[in-house]
Design a protein around this ligand. Structure first.
Ligand SMILES: *[C@@H]1O[C@H](CO)[C@@H](O)[C@H](O)[C@H]1NC(C)=O
Ligand SMILES: *[C@@H]1O[C@H](CO)[C@@H](O)[C@H](O)[C@H]1NC(C)=O
Ligand SMILES: *[C@@H]1O[C@H](CO)[C@@H](O)[C@H](O)[C@H]1NC(C)=O
Length: 342
């Protein structure tokens, strides 16, 4: 990780099954998988890598999104864990990873999103998908592509809707391979729903939010006996890098274990409140600003790797920024945002 200091890596371990007393194993630095790259990543200087439609979409999406408030069937013989490299796009703008699909496997970059539960790729026959030059998904040549019972679907996201058709395929990541994973192939796509560089979205939240069937991670938790009942995300920061590339290696995603080299101290595990296994929600009662605690009542906060923003109810956000001198309120397209310049 050449340009990210460990001190600036944020580690979140998301516990998804009843804890066992297994000690943390050490993680191999990378898990090599026999995959064919779908594309080569071209690295460009990040001049202004930020996708404006996507950013605007996120604001509107966040406003709506958070208003509402397993056992192993056939455990594998040995306890499993694995890891996958993350990439930091646009200097802390979005985080993505590579996932492989089909037989033989082809790798595509997908946004890693703990704030939704479905997996989809933009299809090659999608006229609006390729306009930004992102690689599109093709099922051609795969012997495990399965369209039996496929059905049209639509999902509203971020900056727009996506519409497509469901299918089933073999989908692998972090050394874990799921046969018959349900996913979507997108035919109609609004540009604001995904950063330009990636070909799809991997939803890592819970089943009740899913439109396309059981999320990949829940299938992986059923099929494999994870060494620890969790997955973990480490996100790098590029704030101190004077000339970040459009894509930098940026942290890691681990399934079944936490990488002990990425944190010190104890992990504070917090229960998702009963009946709320939708997003990865944690109760939030106060926020420390400049050393003093602002009580915000009893809120549930979602840990969402798919957004670049911190969002909250307008009254809470206003109360936070009221404590910070020099903050400016956005207007026009930026309405609802607050700006702070050092
Ligand atoms: C293909 O998909 C259908 C529909 O979901 C499913 O019932 C069937 O078992 C799948 N076939 C294989 C070989 O996985
Ligand atoms: C696409 O999906 C959205 C969200 O579900 C839906 O509102 C819209 O009608 C769909 N459009 C088409 C052309 O199917
Ligand atoms: C494939 O998944 C579907 C549901 O998505 C399920 O109905 C079917 O039984 C599965 N088939 C196999 C072979 O596992």
């Amino acid at each position: 990780m050449p340009s990210a200091s460990y001190a600036s890596i944020f580690v979140a371990a998301l516990l998804c099954l009843p804890p066992t007393s297994t000690a943390a194993p050490s993680i191999p630095s990378s898990q090599s998988q026999p995959v064919t790259r779908g594309t080569l990543k071209r690295l460009k200087r990040a001049t202004s890598a930020v996708d404006e439609p996507w950013l605007r979409g996120h604001r509107d999406y966040l406003k709506n999104k958070y208003h509402a408030g397993s056992d192993s069937t056939s455990p594998a013989k040995r306890q499993t864990y694995g890891s996958s490299q993350l990439f930091n796009y646009g200097a802390d703008y979005a985080y993505y990873t590579s996932i492989s699909i089909g037989t033989p496997p082809v790798a595509y970059d997908v946004l890693l999103d703990t704030g939704s539960s479905d997996l989809w790729f933009v299809g090659e026959d999608c006229p609006t998908c390729a306009t930004s030059g992102r690689p599109t998904y093709s099922s051609t040549g795969s012997s495990t592509f399965n369209t039996t019972g496929s059905a049209p679907f639509g999902i509203s996201y971020l900056g727009g809707d996506v519409n497509g058709t469901t299918a089933h395929e073999t989908v692998s990541m972090a050394g874990m391979s799921i046969d018959n994973q349900s996913y979507g192939v997108i035919h109609i796509f609004q540009e604001g729903s995904l950063p330009k560089i990636v070909s799809g979205l991997l939803g890592m939240a819970w089943r009740p939010l899913a439109k396309l069937g059981v999320p990949w991670w829940m299938n992986a938790a059923s099929k494999y006996q994870w060494a620890e009942p969790l997955f973990a995300v480490a996100l790098s920061r590029e704030v101190t890098n004077p000339a970040p590339l459009a894509s930098e290696p940026g942290g890691s995603f681990t399934v079944g274990a936490v990488d002990p080299s990425l944190f010190t101290g104890e992990i504070d595990y917090i229960d998702i409140p009963d009946g709320y296994n939708t997003w990865w929600l944690a109760p939030l009662t106060g926020i420390t600003i400049g050393g003093s605690v602002l009580q915000i009542g009893s809120q549930l906060a979602a840990i969402d790797t798919g957004t670049t923003l911190i969002g909250g109810p307008p009254t809470v956000v206003e109360a936070i920024y009221a404590q910070i001198p020099g903050v400016q309120r956005g207007t026009g397209d930026s309405a609802g945002y607050y700006f702070y310049r050092k």
